[in-house]
Design a protein around this ligand. Structure first.
Ligand SMILES: Nc1ncnc2c1ncn2[C@@H]1O[C@H](COP(=O)(O)OP(=O)(O)OP(=O)(O)O)[C@@H](O)[C@H]1O
Ligand SMILES: [Mg+2]
Length: 344
């Protein structure tokens, strides 16, 4: 199956006539009222059932890359109770501070449990920017490129487990919970869709009700995987599961990338099998090397410390740039929305 020219879910084709960055380019004319409006954000799950394949790292690299190079406004939704992308963006203390301020997905889940109206905005940290250039732009009142986060917290899993038990004892079945959560989140996130260009959902390496809701909400799926046989197996299983239960047209919506790549003959063979034999109908992003620069980039010393893009990513800055470019091309092909680069 080829992927070209496919329209995704509710995404409509946007006019690409603009010259001043993503804000303008995503304006589309409403055919009923004739008014211009922003096109809704693309919601993208970063998911794989296999653990440790670089989902959270890819989430952060993409958030930085899209906001830095294209001026996109990005919301990260962390649905993994391990809270790794939250920690990478906010620091460990920042995650706790956010929770203490009532921010986070676990607080939103408490609203669901209490039966209160669905609204995600009060639980979002509006500033998860760690790049000096984006902070400076903000200070100069030129907010082009920004990152916000609905953080996670380890309490998320405890709340979810309590909810699962309660749901099961009331309804006799756990399966309808994922559907109810999906509906609730869809309403909660709907007002945000015109505020952001891209919403990245960092999913946990399992299929809990929350994880299934994150997958069901998404328009596209980013699948990071490692070039070894166990990860390839896990990726195939995961693709089959999503393809059967969530997105029958998965191949058209799937952006696959190989992470933590060690350039050996074995890894090259596995990567080429993945591309040419197992997932040959997918869109492949760039290969991200295994590098200490990636580890350093994910280590933010303090919530108020900022780094330049070059300083943060060191020797992998070209890899992050290629990742942002390739994903932006992928979105353009599938949604019709195009973004112009604001930096090189
Ligand atoms: N390109 C890379 N080079 C070196 N280390 C990396 C790279 N990508 C990820 N790592 C490291 O590998 C580990 C797993 O990465 P990460 O947490 O992003 O994976 P994950 O798929 O989100 O894991 P989980 O399934 O537990 O959520 C982390 O310690 C991370 O720092
Ligand atoms: Mg993770």
């Amino acid at each position: 199956m080829t992927a070209s020219g496919v329209q995704v879910n509710t995404l409509t084709s946007a006019t690409a006539a603009a010259s001043e960055g993503s804000q303008v380019q995503r304006m589309a004319v409403d055919w009923r009222s004739g008014e211009t409006r922003r096109t809704p954000a693309v919601m993208s799950a970063i998911a794989n059932l296999k653990g440790g394949v670089g989902k959270s790292t890819t989430t952060v690299m993409l958030a930085d890359g899209l906001s830095y190079f294209y001026g996109m406004t990005v919301l990260v939704i962390d649905l993994d109770p391990q809270a790794n992308s939250s920690q990478m963006l906010l620091t460990e203390r920042g995650v706790q501070a956010a929770s203490d301020q009532g921010k986070g997905a676990h607080h939103l889940l408490a609203e669901f449990v209490a039966g209160r109206p669905a609204s995600a905005a009060p639980f979002i940290m509006p500033n998860a920017v760690s790049l000096e250039e984006l902070r400076v732009a903000e200070e100069q009142d030129e907010r082009r490129g920004w990152i916000s986060i609905l953080p996670s917290h380890p309490q998320l899993r405890l709340r979810e487990m309590g909810l699962e038990e309660d749901w099961y004892s009331r309804t006799g079945t756990p399966t309808s919970l994922a559907k109810s959560l999906t509906d609730y989140f869809r309403t909660a996130f709907a007002p945000l869709e015109t505020l952001y260009d891209v919403i990245l959902i960092d999913c946990p390496p399992h299929l809990s009700p929350l994880a299934r809701a994150g997958l069901a909400l998404s328009n596209v799926y980013i699948t990071p995987t490692i070039a070894d046989s166990v990860s390839t197996w896990g990726t195939k299983q995961f693709s089959e599961w999503i393809g059967t239960h969530v997105a029958p047209d998965l191949a058209e919506r799937n952006f696959v990338l190989i992470t933590r790549f060690r350039d050996t003959r074995y890894a090259r063979q596995v990567a080429s099998d993945l591309r040419d034999v197992y997932l040959k109908d997918r869109w492949f992003g760039p290969t991200i090397p295994e590098s200490v620069h990636v580890l350093n980039a994910m280590d933010r010393p303090a919530y108020d410390s900022y780094n330049t893009f070059r300083g943060k990513y060191g020797g992998v800055k070209q890899d992050v740039r290629r990742l942002a470019e390739r994903f932006s091309d992928f979105l353009a092909q599938r949604t019709g929305s195009t973004w112009q680069k604001i930096r090189d």
